[in-house]
Ligand binder design. Structure first.
Ligand code: NDP
Length: 310
């Protein structure tokens, strides 16, 4: 039996970031500095970490960034005014609203208020439509990262039987569209799918974006399949950690230290029968910020009529 290949998201992200840094340098020679504005409302600790990492990565790659931190009490109208101001600014190419927003703020209205050409998260309906119809535009970062992992690992997509479990607007649905655009035969499954295993067992390429620890088990996958695990789930129960990683001293030590470990939506037993898989952490998650940086540079170019290849 062949040992499954581990698809190293951290290494691929480093490669992409190096390419983005080179593009930023080339733009700088033409007097252009790409700029990203990130709006972070309130004090949610996880969001604060994400935003700080985004801003730090901008700095490393030579991208200008600005972090705007309105208080939790900000209204939808005030947020709309802020977004309008960023849309109009010449030095800002990307506008990112860190989600989730407080309940009293109308998220849908705000995402639609971001200028489509500055929508580096790819959530605006115009960009959703562009992606759907295969036009150039800004694609959502996590699905774009999945496609990059496949491409840079030399894994085939065209003609493959691809099954995506999850249909969220952020991950599952756009991943299905991107795989279809890349000529895979795509099935998108969700919580109402009857007999999920019947579909997943047919997949040459299986993407799990569910949000349930270890939900995809070994008997649900085709031996030798490529497994892409998008899930980020924190488990805090010692017995569960032992069930996931029996006799694994490194995980046990990590658990003892932090009181939790992060696991994906695919069970390690399923990885063992795969042909290749993305680990959690260090797989898909590692790509998301690199793709955001790539989108920011793409936005800077598209806005100035510079073709993406140059
Ligand atoms: P959502 O909760 O928005 O969507 C989950 C999807 O899984 C839904 O479509 C749901 O179906 C489906 N689902 C739930 N239970 C089942 C089931 N029993 N059988 C089949 N399908 C099921 O989550 P997201 O898409 O936002 O995120 C998914 C996971 O990916 C999470 O763990 C999240 O943390 C992670 N994530 C990682 C990112 C990264 O790596 N950078 C970025 C974004 C997310 P239905 O539509 O019918 O309810």
């Amino acid at each position: 039996k062949r040992t499954p290949a581990i698809l190293d998201g951290v290494a691929i992200a480093a490669q992409i970031k190096a390419e983005v840094a080179a593009e930023v340098q080339a733009l700088s020679a033409r007097g252009i500095t790409p700029g990203l504005a990130v709006i972070l409302v309130g004090e949610e600790p996880a969001s604060q970490i994400y935003v700080r990492t985004k801003v730090k990565t901008c700095g490393e790659l030579g991208i200008f960034s600005e972090m705007i931190t309105p208080p939790e009490s900000i209204t939808t109208d005030e947020m709309l005014a802020l977004v309008a101001c960023l849309n109009a600014r010449e030095d800002i190419d990307g506008v990112l609203i860190q989600l989730p927003l407080p309940k009293h703020v109308d998220t849908k209205r705000l995402l639609e208020a971001v200028a489509p050409d500055k929508d580096v998260d790819g959530f605006h309906p115009v960009n959703v439509g562009r992606l759907q119809s295969g036009q150039p535009g800004l694609a959502p970062c996590t699905p774009a990262g999945i496609l990059e992992i496949l491409r840079r690992s030399g894994l085939p997509v065209a003609g493959q039987n691809a099954v995506v479990v999850g249909r969220s607007d952020i991950v599952g649905k756009p991943t299905g569209v991107m795989l279809l655009n890349a000529s895979a035969t795509v099935t998108v499954c969700h919580s109402k799918t009857v007999d999920l295993g019947r579909f997943t067992r047919e997949a040459d390429l299986l993407v799990a974006a569910i949000g349930r620890p270890g939900f995809i088990t070994a008997e649900m996958v085709k031996p030798g399949a490529t497994l892409i695990d998008v899930g980020i789930n924190r488990i805090t129960d010692a017995a569960e950690v032992e069930e996931f990683f029996p006799g694994d001293p490194a995980r046990a030590a990590a658990f003892a230290k932090r009181g939790s470990v992060v696991v994906g939506d695919i069970h390690p037993d399923a990885f063992a029968v795969s042909g290749a898989y993305t680990p959690v952490p260090g797989g898909v998650g590692a790509l998301t910020i690199a793709m955001l940086m790539q989108n920011t540079v793409a936005a800077a170019k598209l806005r100035r009529g510079i073709s993406l290849g140059s």
